[in-house]
Write a protein that binds this ligand. Structure first.
Ligand SMILES: NC(=O)c1ccc[n+]([C@@H]2O[C@H](COP(=O)([O-])OP(=O)(O)OC[C@H]3O[C@@H](n4cnc5c(N)ncnc54)[C@H](OP(=O)(O)O)[C@@H]3O)[C@@H](O)[C@H]2O)c1
Length: 388
């Protein structure tokens, strides 16, 4: 057991949040976490808290994180604008009560309590639920908070494992759960270059569906077109083009008699309304993101004459309302597609978190990454990679 006096990990405290208060029941594992004690702009309210993991409890595991993404919802959570609000606590020995950022990631078991079944040291695990805090080097958690990834092997990268439960899972559910799609059917989506959009394109392609993909115009549009086409996108169109009247005949030509029965909305606002106009009778319009932060208007004519319907989807709610077996079966399907090279990693940028780097350096890198993560026209998903 370590004495509190022998431990002084903070060389230069950044704020009161970083002050260490250690209990006598700490392990020898040094950890650091990206924490917040108030809601606000992530790059302003996040700071690093260093601490020792508590001693291993019989029902707990100690894990070392390997990779974790910075998703838009994680940032909304730090802003206080997300329904899952991890409680602020002093459990990590901080002076002020804090919560740890991040919701998904992949980690390695480094110790398992004597009552833990089904895990061994060295196993790679993902989070069983959101809200447990993945922007940290290590964590001590009840074993029920983590799960093995079915079929995980060397064909599945850490980035794949770290990002599977949110974006590809969302794409999977939205394509399967709202309407019965037949081979050759079309779906339309906006935000098609988002990580979810990239998964939608690839899953649709793997399942014989065709996609109409709406993206925002940009100087390197051709490059983006090429990339999405390489993933299997059938057609790509800009938001501006979609709102033009002449696009109606273009889409008719593309559909060639097929019905458009599913629209996936990542963006909101005017563009979301436009998607609804193209839906056929009984079409489903599913909103899962609100990147434009604009409300959408519901067009009356297709509601009345085509009986289209509007829905929302939230993967966390799906996870809470479905069995562990159903989630496992979906993850196994996704892993199979990865192994068949039908589902690639999202476009991503490495955010290096060196476990022994000075905390100012880690914090600066992290703040830049989190800002990039919420700025439009980004270069890809920001993913923390923990290097020893
Ligand atoms: N409901 C759920 O269960 C669920 C699950 C996963 C994700 N989501 C949500 O889905 C959305 C995408 O997540 P992600 O991780 O895939 O995101 P991401 O990879 O970070 O991509 C963000 C996407 O949003 C677009 N975008 C950003 N600002 C925009 C604006 N003002 N107008 C139009 N488009 C804009 C970006 O396009 P540009 O390249 O043009 O900037 C890009 O396509 C987020 O809102 C996220 O919270 C929801």
């Amino acid at each position: 057991m370590l004495s509190t006096r022998s431990i002084n990990l903070v060389t230069r405290p950044l704020s009161a949040v970083n002050a260490i208060r250690l209990s006598s029941s700490s392990s020898k594992i040094q950890a650091s976490a990206m924490v917040y004690s108030n809601y606000g702009k992530p790059s302003e309210v996040l700071s690093i808290h260093k601490h020792y993991l508590p001693e291993l409890k019989p029902e707990d595991v100690h894990i070392r994180f390997l990779a974790a993404p910075i998703n838009p919802a994680d940032c909304n959570q730090v802003e206080g604008a997300y329904p899952i609000k991890p409680p602020f606590t002093n459990a990590l020995g901080s002076h002020d009560p804090v919560a740890v950022g991040g919701n998904e990631g992949v980690a390695e078991i480094i110790a398992a309590g004597e009552q833990v079944k089904g895990f061994k040291v060295g196993d790679k695990v993902i989070m069983a639920n959101a809200g447990k805090g993945t922007w940290r080097t290590h964590a001590a958690l009840p074993a029920t908070d983590v799960q093995l990834l079915p079929g995980f092997n060397q064909d599945v990268s850490l980035v794949h494992a770290a990002t599977l439960t949110v974006n590809p899972s969302t794409a999977y559910r939205m394509l399967k759960d709202f309407t019965l799609l037949q081979q050759g059917d079309f779906i339309i989506q906006n935000g098609a270059n988002s990580a979810v959009g990239q998964s939608v394109i690839q899953l649709a392609n793997a399942w014989g569906l065709k996609t109409i993909n709406v993206v925002r115009d940009r100087p390197n549009l051709d490059e983006l077109r090429q990339y999405l086409t390489s993933l299997g996108a059938t057609h790509i169109i800009t938001e501006e083009e979609l709102s033009k009247r002449e696009t109606r005949s273009k889409l008719k030509e593309w559909l060639n008699g097929r019905k458009l029965r599913l629209a996936l909305n990542c963006v909101g606002g005017k563009n979301a309304t436009e998607l609804g106009r193209y839906l056929d009778h009984e079409g489903k319009h599913v909103t899962y993101g609100a990147m434009a932060k604009q409300p959408m208007q519901v067009p009356a004519a297709p509601l009345i004459f085509k009986n289209i319907s509007f829905h929302g989807f939230w993967v966390s709610r799906w996870t809470d309302t479905h069995s562990a077996q159903e989630r496992e079966s979906m993850l196994a399907d996704l892993i199979d597609l990865i192994k068949q090279k039908k589902l690639k990693e999202p476009i991503w940028e490495k955010v290096s978190w060196k476990v022994n780097a000075p905390e100012e350096e880690t914090l600066k890198t992290f703040r830049e990454a989190v800002d990039k993560g919420i700025t439009g026209y980004g270069k890809g998903k920001q993913i923390l990679v923990f290097d020893e």
